[in-house]
Design a protein around this ligand. Structure first.
Ligand code: NAP
Length: 479
């Protein structure tokens, strides 16, 4: 069914995400004429703004978080904004909200940028006030629960008012250009697919490294930890995109069908296939930083680092480890996927100087968006000792290859697709549940074996056991 919302209702309109990402994304989309001039945006939260007060609030957020060259006419954008104060726990408040939204002609897109604990009362309020009709779509921010059971609870609550084809679960990594480019790389080129299997790939590594510590996420993070904050969603989505079979088309059902098959093939891990860590004081990028417990103000067993050796149990990936690692206070901020190919079956180059190294493909997601293929090449020269070889990068820096396009916020893509009703880059219920199933099992293993995070000094790549996790297979983490 074609869908194009002419009203966007934003819950959590005064929150951090709204200020840093959502309002800037919407303003930028407006400036680039990617959303209709008629799109009305209604914000809601408890703060008692009127329209004018909220427009001022939004202006300040845009001046802080959106570069001037991307703002277009701010006045035009601010005029789209309306605001209705509401406590989501009070169903009676939704009457005024519905009046503020009015009757959209085409459709209504709702974005819940609030804590998931508010999803249930919000859905109840929306249902009671007639804001869940067939022309209404709903977007949900992560985290969708803290385990399989709580995620089912949330999904059931949302499903009581919205059919699955109207639910848009957000994983903002899917809004990133390079993540979408992974599909282009794999399925728009003939080169990789014949090699993209256990016969030719030795291992895959996925790293999501942060330099920051707790920041202002104390309340949320200490209850969640790295496994649930990063692996359950973003990293498993990256793994699924790397490991999936070719979908029949670039279509939301075809792509999500293939991703969920991979997620269901994840083998439950054994205790020696995971390493957890928690940072102690150290130095990151030359600056001294306190330890996690100092930042938190109390002792905690929450892991700020996790490394996992995962396996996708199917024909394509038999015996190929997927090493995942993520953590806070690591040496640099980087998200990347490395596909390490197998060595050539027989080298014709006998001398040491000509020893070959296996090819590798690096897909940089942030901060740099690039794709680098390491190839062996002859070192130029007329050496008497014979041919010398060296790996050289075949490098596609996206910024150089595509000069012109602006670097967009991942939420621009996602908001555009929510407004336009395209679910391809949103996560389906069965995917979320397969992800939680695997994560819950890891947490059960940790509980059963009394696993506590090992200390690592801030500024290092996690505890030394994480290095050993790969090294004992003869694999070195990419750094
Ligand atoms: P936040 O700064 O705490 O904002 C929460 C929003 O919810 C505020 O607008 C708050 O406004 C509103 N709110 C709280 N209680 C309410 C109630 N009873 N009724 C109506 N509105 C209420 O949180 P956030 O960082 O923006 O994050 C929002 C969601 O996105 C969270 O689930 C978070 O985990 C997720 N998320 C955030 C980020 C990020 O970078 N910030 C990234 C990924 C996911 P009032 O206090 O005025 O009511």
């Amino acid at each position: 069914m074609s869908f194009n919302a002419d009203c966007l209702l934003l819950f959590g309109a005064t929150g951090d995400l709204a200020q840093r990402m959502l309002l800037p994304s919407l303003c930028a989309l407006g400036a680039d004429k990617l959303i209709s001039p008629d799109l009305k945006i209604v914000g809601t939260a408890r703060q008692p703004f009127d329209d004018a007060g909220y427009r001022n609030f939004a202006r300040e957020a845009l001046e802080k978080y959106l570069p001037p060259e991307r703002r277009g006419s701010m006045a035009e954008f601010l005029n789209r904004l309306h605001y209705q104060p509401l406590d989501a726990n009070d169903t009676s408040h939704f009457v005024d909200l519905a009046a503020k939204v009015g009757t959209p002609k085409e459709g209504l897109a709702i974005f819940l940028s609030t804590a998931p604990g508010l999803f249930e009362p919000t859905i109840a309020g929306l249902s009671a006030s007639g804001l869940t009709g067939a022309n209404v779509r709903i977007g949900l921010e992560k985290p969708l629960g803290t385990d399989l059971e709580s995620s089912r609870h949330i999904n059931d609550a949302v499903a009581s008012a919205f059919s699955e084809d109207r639910i848009f679960r957000i994983d903002h990594y899917l809004g990133k250009e390079t993540v979408q480019n992974l599909l282009a790389l794999r399925f728009a080129n003939i080169l990789f697919e014949p090699l993209w299997n256990a016969a030719h790939i030795d291992n895959v590594q996925i790293t999501v490294a942060e330099t920051v510590g707790l920041e202002n996420r104390v309340g949320y993070y200490d209850g969640a930890g790295a496994l649930r904050d990063m692996v359950q969603n973003h990293m498993l989505q990256l793994l699924a995109l790397v490991a999936m079979e070719p979908p029949a088309s670039y279509d939301s059902t075809a792509i999500r069908d293939e991703k969920v098959k991979v997620l269901r093939c994840l083998r439950y891990v054994t205790p020696d296939e995971t390493v957890t860590g928690q940072y102690r004081k150290g130095a990151v990028e030359g600056q001294p930083v306190p330890g996690y417990d100092d930042e938190l103000g109390k002792d905690s067993d929450t892991e700020t680092f996790v490394a996992i050796k995962a396996h996708v149990d199917n024909w394509r990936w038999k015996g190929v480890p997927f090493y995942l690692r993520t953590g806070k206070r690591l040496p640099k901020r980087v998200t990347e996927i490395i596909v390490n190919f197998r060595p050539v079956p027989h080298s014709i180059f006998a001398s040491k100087a000509a020893s070959t190294r296996p090819n590798s493909l690096l897909i940089g997601i942030q901060p740099e968006e690039n794709i680098t293929l390491q190839l062996m090449a002859k070192v130029p020269g007329l050496d008497r000792d014979g041919i010398r070889l060296r790996p050289v990068p075949l490098d596609i820096a996206m910024n150089d290859a595509f000069a012109g396009p602006v670097k967009r916020i991942a939420y621009e893509r996602l908001l555009l697709d929510l407004i336009g009703g395209d679910q391809t880059l949103f996560v389906r219920r069965d995917e979320v549940e397969a992800q939680w199933d695997w994560i819950d099992d890891i947490r059960a293993v940790w509980a059963e074996h009394g696993v506590k995070p090992k200390a690592y000094a801030a500024g290092n790549w996690g505890p030394s056991a994480a290095i050993a996790l790969a090294e004992r297979d003869g694999v070195t983490w990419h750094e």
